[in-house]
Design a protein around this ligand. Sequence first.
Ligand code: FEO
Length: 173
Amino acid sequence: MNKRVEAALNDQIKKEASSSQYYLSMASWAESNGLNGTANFMYTHSDEERFHMLKLVKFVNERGGRAEVPQLEKPPHEFKNLKIVFESLLEHEIGVTASINNLVDICLQEKDYTTHNFVQWYVSEQLEEEALARTILDKLNLIGTDSGGMYMFDRDMENSLIQVNNSNEDPGQ
Ligand code: FEO
């Protein structure tokens, strides 16, 4: 496959793997702070990011390239509060979206329309993930520092799992 596209796909593999680690770290923080709904949400989100990574690995290898398993940096593991957790998640996803957009650009420059088509799944996925993170942050802004509200929020996160799972359904897999 085109070497520039292959390098960009491998870079994206690292970003998805890093996302998975980051959300796993958030899950662990939430679980150890009694926020089990948020922890479940983050554990599921972490699994979804691993799925995003695997989808890329398989695509690169099936097209005659070589997917590389990257070395990852240790993600942050301490968070001041829930709002900071979700602000960090949104900021991280905005960075991933920029990376996907860059990948789309490279596909077009290299006239790799097959990969361009493949990457469209990630374009839609980023749109949904950013929207979900913004909705969650809107809720947290409404709650403020009220502990009763925080308890209700954490219970709501159990229901949000459905949204995350649905957003990752892929009939092509
Ligand atoms: Fe797979 Fe949330 O980026």
